[in-house]
Ligand binder design. Sequence first.
Ligand SMILES: NC(=O)c1ccc[n+]([C@@H]2O[C@H](COP(=O)([O-])OP(=O)(O)OC[C@H]3O[C@@H](n4cnc5c(N)ncnc54)[C@H](OP(=O)(O)O)[C@@H]3O)[C@@H](O)[C@H]2O)c1
Length: 221
Amino acid sequence: MNILITGSNGSLGQELTKALLKQNTVYTTSRHKALPHEKNHIKIDLLEDNAVSKIKEYINNKPIDILINNAAHFCKRKYSEVSEKDMDQSFKVNFKVPFMLIQQLTENLKLSENPQIINIGSLSGQQGVTKYKGLSIYGATKGALTILSETLAEELIKNNIKINCFNLPSFDSKMFTKAFPEENPLLKTKEISEKIISFIHSNTSISGKIITIEKNKLKIL
Ligand SMILES: NC(=O)c1ccc[n+]([C@@H]2O[C@H](COP(=O)([O-])OP(=O)(O)OC[C@H]3O[C@@H](n4cnc5c(N)ncnc54)[C@H](OP(=O)(O)O)[C@@H]3O)[C@@H](O)[C@H]2O)c1
């Protein structure tokens, strides 16, 4: 399969990339130069104008079987201190870029026999769940991504493109341990990565669903 993963230098991005590379061609994007295992890497800051067009240019007309929107701009700040720049950057990376990647890569996804989009959301963006302080904007962007996954499914299904959103609990990534050094994350990055990969390999027919992980099991909402 051909797989595109954004945010490949992060904790979950690296874990997913290394595991998926064994049997697939994995295209990766990050702000850093390619890590040794990254053979098809696009060095890009997703805040840049035209970032999505540059990714499309690199992929060109190759089929994409799986698109994983994993990169996220993390803003932890008291609401009284949140700036317009924080809002713009958070919504750009966490919502606009996933949306535009889906738009620009639809033709590539249509070339696959079983195309899937996996959006990486968060419990911070899910209704009815206890929240951490300081994540108003981050949570709002993930909430937007959650609803996008549900609404877009209605349009993408005509091309057999499945789209689902993993609203993840806390795990021991760079992002979490830096933001909440006092807290114990619920899961390990490797456990999260394994769950996502087993879902990808299940060749699911479900689409437009929110998926969480509870008691180490996938829960489909
Ligand atoms: N950790 C948790 O507890 C938790 C819980 C729920 C959901 N999530 C979600 O899980 C996903 C993976 O996060 P993680 O925990 O593995 O965090 P991470 O290690 O901080 O990874 C986040 C990735 O996003 C990339 N990124 C951020 N801004 C970018 C930009 N402007 N341009 C390009 N790349 C950018 C980072 O790139 P750099 O390496 O260049 O900084 C990094 O590779 C995210 O969508 C996150 O929201 C995490």
